[in-house]
Design a binder for this molecule. Sequence first.
Ligand SMILES: [Zn+2]
Length: 313
Amino acid sequence: MKEIGNLKLLSEKKYSRFPACRTIFIDDKTKVIIDPGADENILRNILKNNTIDIVLNTHYHFDHICNNFLFSKSKIFINEIESVCFKDRTNIPKKVGAYEVRGQQGIDDWLKYTKDPNSEQTPYSPSRNHKWVLSTQRLDGIYHNEQVFNFGSTEMKIIATPGHSAGFSCLLFPNEGAIYSGDIDLTLWGPWYHGTDSDIQDFIDSANKIAKFNVDFFITAHEIGVVTREDFRENLRDYLSIIDRRDIKILNQLENGPLTLEQIRDYGLLYGGPKFLIDPWVFNWETVGIRKHLERLEDKGKIIKENGNYYLK
Ligand SMILES: [Zn+2]
């Protein structure tokens, strides 16, 4: 277990890859779990020896909330924008892209499949996992941008970093000289902004905003884990340049003539090939992600849209 002051990082064997995530256990007077996406057994072990006062979710995505249900005696916190996901679960398929792509059917299917613990699962996403229901039953508190928590000797400040999702927040630990950058995660896969509530430019702005903090360590939610400030800033340039490369992939497809959003989507350019699109949620995310790139390319004056077809300008 890696430690930075009172922050204990609970990482997965498989580098905390999606659909798991790196959890932070703040072992202080007030005991806190941030994003319980680590292995259930690791979390149960922590629970055996500690009373956890607060569980705080940086955002509503499955990998960051999935084990909330283990903490039946803790207070569950999430940001104000995404608190609606706990109050009315239909907000989840709306935010995550299922409604945008499949309409009411996207919501109805999701409610039906997640309700049943024995639902057949989809291959590349946790879209039908029953933990969606178990872990959004209860909400005890909402946090706001810039809010400061004191857990004993550990201070934690909420930094609103929209883009990945609208309410997504990074966490600043001034005494430890660290930021939990969550899903601004520097993975080779690249930035994720494929939900209806995501925004590409906000993602870029938020990533650059946290890179300016003069902390010693950045802690990511997936894969790499703890990186120094210098490494974070350097790796961030490459990471964000993946967005431009995705633009280029789309422009290359349009070299051969105009295409509709659906035709571009079917290439699976964002997810690494059409085979991943058999998963209904990956299909949604690819559609929404391509839609966002097309809007960005239109704004940049690189393409034009006419009668549902996209042309190179
Ligand atoms: Zn996420």
